[in-house]
Design a protein around this ligand. Structure first.
Ligand code: IMP
Ligand code: MG
Length: 179
């Protein structure tokens, strides 16, 4: 069984950082009406906090994607399980993601959205794990950079659990549990 080893980022720090990120987006997108895309399910909690820190006429949308397994090469393919509802052509798009690890999901998704004719595509990720990168990818807005550890809470899961924790915790896994 896994267990929470330590609290990496507490709820108060999360709140302050999300407010800063929202303020930055509000400034950068002044006079605009960007489409904020929530990448389900991991970004749900971050997304719901972030949007309430941005005083702009935002358009909400959601997408659910699955990346191919770790064994597959950077083929540039993702599986869209639930697609967007709106047409993003000509729109300013901000993809809201929980964490960037290998970078494969965001690199591919942003390319897909650009190919649909979005006017601009930026990525706002709450966490960034640079040590996991397999492709060159940099998010435009990042809450925190973290080291090579597996984190849960604030939307992030292990085996479907822990998404509802109000903080980011690091978990330790028994041997063989970590892919
Ligand atoms: P990648 O950047 O394509 O490797 O995909 C990142 C996705 O992997 C995230 O959206 C998460 O769903 C998942 N992920 C990566 N690292 C963690 C972690 O430490 N905890 C929970 N999920 C993670
Ligand atoms: Mg995810």
């Amino acid at each position: 069984m896994e267990k929470i080893d330590k609290i990496l980022i507490n709820a108060k720090d999360i709140k302050n950082r999300v407010a800063q990120m929202g303020a930055l987006i509000q400034t950068d997108y002044a006079e605009k009406s960007p489409v904020l895309i929530c990448v389900l399910k991991g970004a749900m909690v971050f997304y719901s906090d972030l949007v309430r820190q941005i005083d702009l006429p935002l358009i909400f949308d959601t997408i659910s994607v699955s990346s191919y397994g770790a064994g597959t090469s950077s083929s540039g393919k993702i599986n869209i399980i639930k697609d967007l509802d709106c047409d993003i052509s000509g729109k300013d798009v901000i993809v809201v993601e929980d964490i960037i690890d290998s970078g494969l999901t965001m690199k591919t998704l942003t390319l897909t959205l650009k190919n649909r004719g979005a006017k601009s595509v930026k990525v706002c990720a709450f966490l960034d794990k640079p040590s996991g990168r397999r492709v060159d990818f940099k998010a435009d807005y990042v809450g925190y950079q973290i080291g090579d550890e597996f984190v849960v809470g604030y939307g992030l899961d292990f085996d479907g659990k822990y998404r509802n924790l109000p903080y980011i915790g690091a978990i330790s896994l028994d041997e063989g549990e970590r892919e």
